[in-house]
Design a protein around this ligand. Structure first.
Ligand code: GDP
Ligand code: ZN
Length: 458
């Protein structure tokens, strides 16, 4: 395909000491040569090398600054086009000036996600990989980053391709059987269809099972700390934040209104959410009552309910148990360094089957146990298995669910004795739906929508 040459800043603005302006397209090297002065021209520079020189404004012939320039010739580049990367000193001003130079000398400013879109359109990556790039940029934790990387590497695509291949073979087989009626086409085909279909259903199911975990890993588990005043909620927040360094990537355009803090607890990313303006929620029942408290907390995926070991259980504590009755809760009995006033039997009774952890946060005691409880609650250790392909993208999940129900229709039809050529329609449909995950047969508008979510310069 033929595209014009695009240019954008591809490092996060202001971050790091080096800024990169990236050009991609047929004219990338020619345009860069207009603003570059070095020992040799970039045209003479071998592919995949980096050279040192100066950037000049060809209008005034003035030096703008010094730069290291990478020349990467098609097709072995991310976009499969000629790519030039200009590494310059990081300040926003200077990076922008270099970007301006490329724009006034023949390049067009890239739209958000356009580099990745080109990689897709040029066949370098498939759609699920492109989405992986997007997730990678937004990843908040190592784990989320790993999943995104797997997707970029095409793990999900490979799985999907295997399933599509199985469906295709089935369809081909059906054709053969229809064409050679001397075989007992009907029975044979039915058997084959059923076994292939159940294989596909099983595989889709196992992919979908990873979806919930995938979503958690990708978006973080929205977590709220609740408890009466003075039980140790802030202390808990602090120990979680301090002991678990969170990777927080600040991507322009993704900043939300709510204040969120990410902590990574043994691979479980907690998103400490600011519910109704407070991450730690105290006096909630007293202020607004049980029913409304439930409403306020209804979106929380994990509640950390903190109690005071050194005080008797109060009505407020009991009301909190009532509020969180049906939710994911870990009960934390804090201040075990103090003389016991709390009735632990009553606590266990109120907690029902929810985990109860005792802590003395002031002495850093019990935090490990709490972290283990969090990890057990959500992943039962499974998250550590690195070779699982997680499905975390909601578009993929929706398509997988559709594909599953379509192939289940096919199986039902087989059992009902529906003619083979009709069953085949459902199988072909399933094949198409799975294809949409990797970008086979996606419509242009969907593409635009997807890629416009990317950051500039990616
Ligand atoms: P919050 O009001 O629930 O947020 O409670 P804070 O985290 O602000 O803690 C209230 C007070 O209890 C502070 O003075 C803390 O230092 C203290 N505190 C927190 N954890 C412990 C603990 O494990 N033992 C003791 N003795 N004091 C604690
Ligand atoms: Zn507090």
């Amino acid at each position: 395909m033929e595209f014009d040459t695009i240019s954008a800043v591809s490092t996060a603005l202001g971050e790091g000491a080096i800024g990169i302006v990236r050009l991609s397209g047929d004219q990338a090297i020619e345009i860069a040569d207009r603003i570059y002065k070095g020992k040799n021209t970039l045209k003479e520079t071998p592919s995949h090398t980096i050279v040192y020189g100066h950037l000049i404004d060809p209008k005034t012939n003035q030096r703008v600054e010094e730069a290291m320039v990478s020349v990467l010739r098609a097709p072995k580049t991310f976009t499969r086009e000629d790519v030039v990367e200009i590494n310059c000193h990081g300040g926003i001003m200077s990076v922008n000036r270099v970007l301006q130079l490329t724009l006034t000398n023949g390049a067009r400013l890239a739209e958000p996600g356009e580099f990745t879109k080109r990689a897709f359109l040029n066949g370098r990556i498939d759609l699920s990989q492109a989405e992986g790039v997007m997730d990678l940029i937004r990843a908040k934790t190592d784990k989320a980053m790993n999943i995104a990387l797997n997707q970029v590497e095409g793990r999900l695509s490979k799985k999907i391709s295997i399933l599509r291949q199985a469906l295709l073979e089935t369809v081909a087989n059906v054709e053969v059987n229809i064409d050679y009626p001397e075989y007992d086409a009907e029975t044979m085909t039915h058997e084959l269809l059923k076994s292939k279909a159940s294989f596909v259903i099983e595989e889709i199911n196992s992919l979908l099972q990873t979806a919930e975990q995938g979503k958690i890993v990708r978006e973080g588990l929205s977590t709220v700390i609740i408890g009466r005043p003075n039980v140790g909620k802030s202390s808990l927040l602090n120990s979680l934040v301090h002991e678990n360094k969170a990777i927080v990537t600040d991507i322009p355009g993704t900043t939300r209104d709510v204040i969120e803090e990410y902590v990574n607890v043994r691979g479980v990313p907690l998103r400490l959410v600011d519910t109704a303006g407070i991450r730690e929620t105290e006096d909630i029942v007293e202020r607004i009552g049980v029913e409304r408290s439930r409403q306020v907390l209804k979106d929380a995926e994990l509640l950390l309910l903190v109690l005071n070991y050194g005080e008797e259980l109060s009505k407020e504590d009991e009301a909190l148990f009532e509020v969180v009755e049906k939710m994911n809760v870990i009960v934390i009995v804090n201040k075990t360094d103090q003389e016991q006033k709390i009735d632990m039997e009553k606590v266990y009774q109120l907690a029902a089957s929810k985990p109860v952890i005792t802590t003395a946060l002031i002495e850093d005691k019990g935090v490990e146990e709490l972290e283990q409880a969090i990890s057990d609650l959500f992943f039962a250790g499974r998250l550590e298995a690195e070779d699982v392909t997680y499905v975390s993208n909601s578009r993929h999940i929706a398509l997988l669910e559709l594909a599953k129900s379509t192939i289940e229709d096919a199986v039902q039809a087989i059992e009902d004795g529906v003619p083979i050529d009709l069953v085949q329609i459902d199988i072909t449909k399933t094949w198409e739906l799975l294809g949409e995950i990797i970008g086979d047969s996606v419509q242009e508008s969907l593409l635009d929508q997807l890629f416009s979510q990317f950051c500039l310069g990616k």
